[in-house]
Ligand binder design. Structure first.
Ligand SMILES: Cc1ncc(COP(=O)(O)O)c(C=O)c1O
Length: 364
C-alpha cells in the first residue's frame, strides 16, 4: 500500500465517491485563486460578482446538460438528501393529506418514516418481501385515489437496483436520484421534483440539487420557517442564506466535465458499458450471485456475493492488494458492492472483472 498513488488506486466507494481528476485539479487551483481574482473560491462573498457568476453558470449549465425545461426551477440547498425526506412532505402536504410511496430500500424507508411525521403515507408497493432484489412493474403498483404526490428512488444504492424507466403515478411524481443523477437522460414530462445529494455523481457532500416544477413551487406551503421553504429558496436564487459556495462551484465543474464527455446520452452508454463488464463476470460463472434481478440492475452500484462470507472477505483483501478500495457491501446486506459512478473509469471496471475471473478460478 505504501506505493499507492491517486492514479493507481481504484475507488469503488458508494459515496462520497470518485470525482473526475480534471475537476479536482481545477478545484485545487480555484481554492487559491478563482478566475484570476486573487481570492480563492471559499473566500469570496456569496453576494459578490465572482460567486454570482459561479452559481449562475452552474444553474445554466445544469439546465442545458439535463435538458431541463423552463418550467422547472433549479435549487442548490443544504442538508443532504436526507433533509429532502422531511422537506418534501413539509412543503407539499399537511396532516390530513396523503402521499404514495414506492418502497424499494433503506433510503425510501427513511423517507417514509419522515413523511409519516408530517402526513399520511400510502405504500403503493412494498419491496421488503423480496429483499429489495427487484422493482415492481406498473401493474403491481397500488396507487391511492388522490395522493398529493408519488415518491420513488430511481437508484437504490445499497441493493443495486435501478428503475429502467419511471413508474406510473397517479398525479405528481417525485424522485430521489441521489446515486444516479446525470448518469442518463431524465424524462421531465414524467417528473415534478427530482433531487440528489451531491456526493456520488455531482461533487462534494454538502449541496443538494433540487429541480422542481414551478407549478409545484407555487403550491408549496408558506407556513414554514424560512430555511425550510422551497418557494423562498427559489425566490432568492438559492442564496436565502450563505449557500455551500465551494460545493456549488465543484458541482459546476463536474457538470461542465459531463458536458465535455458528450452529455447524458454518452454518459449512459459509457455507464452501461462499464457496468456490463462487471455483470458479465458475475454471470459467466456460478461462483458469484448478483443481488439485483437482471431487469433492474443498476449501472451505478453493482451488488454481488461470493459463495460464502469468508470468500467475500478473502475477495476484499485480494482487491485491496490490487489497489481496489471500498468494495465492501453495505452492512445491511453484506457481500460486495462496486460503485461505478460517472467519473469511474472503464479501465477500472475491466480490472475488477479480471480480478473476479481469476479469484473465481482460484477459489471455485
Ligand atoms: C439514494 C440515496 N438517497 C439518500 C441518501 C442520503 O444522502 P445524504 O447522506 O446526503 O443525506 C443516500 C446516501 O447514500 C442515497 O444513496
Amino acid at each position: 500500500m505504501s506505493s499507492a498513488t491517486a492514479e493507481s488506486i481504484l475507488n469503488f466507494s458508494a459515496g462520497p465517491a470518485i470525482l473526475p481528476r480534471q475537476v479536482l485539479e481545477q478545484a485545487r487551483a480555484d481554492i487559491l485563486d478563482l478566475d484570476g481574482t486573487g481570492i480563492g473560491i471559499m473566500e469570496h462573498s456569496h453576494r459578490g460578482a465572482a460567486f454570482t457568476k459561479v452559481i449562475d453558470e452552474t444553474r445554466d449549465n445544469c439546465r442545458s446538460l439535463g435538458n431541463i425545461p423552463d418550467d422547472f426551477e433549479i435549487l442548490f440547498l443544504q442538508g443532504g438528501a436526507t433533509s429532502m425526506f422531511a422537506l418534501i412532505p413539509m412543503n407539499l402536504m399537511d396532516r390530513e393529506q396523503q402521499a404514495d410511496y414506492i418502497h424499494t430500500g433503506a433510503w425510501t424507508k427513511k423517507a417514509i418514516e419522515d413523511a409519516r411525521i408530517i402526513g399520511n403515507v400510502h405504500l403503493a408497493w412494498d419491496g421488503t418481501t423480496c429483499d429489495f432484489k427487484r422493482l415492481p412493474g406498473n401493474d403491481e403498483l397500488n396507487p391511492s385515489d388522490d395522493p398529493r404526490y408519488t415518491y420513488y428512488c430511481s437508484n437504490n444504492t445499497i441493493y443495486g437496483t435501478m428503475w429502467p424507466s419511471p413508474p406510473s403515478s397517479n398525479g405528481r411524481l417525485i424522485c430521489d436520484m441521489s446515486s444516479e443523477m446525470f448518469s442518463r437522460p431524465i424524462d421531465w414530462s414524467r417528473h415534478d421534483l427530482v433531487y440528489a445529494g451531491a456526493q456520488k455523481n455531482l461533487g462534494p457532500a454538502g449541496v443538494t440539487l433540487v429541480i422542481i416544477r414551478r407549478e409545484l413551487l407555487e403550491q408549496a406551503r408558506r407556513d414554514l420557517p424560512a430555511m425550510f421553504r422551497f418557494d423562498l429558496h427559489a425566490e432568492k436564487g438559492s442564496c436565502l442564506n450563505t449557500p455551500p459556495t465551494f460545493g456549488i462551484h465543484v458541482m459546476g465543474l463536474v457538470i461542465k466535465w459531463v458536458m465535455e464527455q458528450g452529455g447524458l446520452d454518452a454518459m449512459q452508454a459509457h455507464n452501461l458499458g462499464k457496468a456490463g463488464l462487471i455483470y458479465e463476470a458475475i454471470d459467466e460463472t456460478d461462483f458469484y450471485t448478483g443481488h439485483a434481478e437482471a431487469d433492474c440492475r443498476s449501472t451505478m452500484n453493482i451488488t454481488f456475493t461470493c459463495p460464502n462470507p469468508e470468500l467475500d472477505a478473502a475477495f476484499l483483501s485480494e482487491a485491496v492488494a490490487h489497489g481496489m478500495m471500498s468494495l465492501k457491501g453495505h452492512r445491511s446486506i453484506g457481500g460486495l458492492r462496486a460503485s461505478t459512478y460517472n467519473a469511474f473509469p472503464m479501465e477500472g471496471c475491466r480490472r475488477l472483472a479480471d480480478l473476479m475471473r481469476t479469484f473465481a478460478a482460484d477459489h471455485g
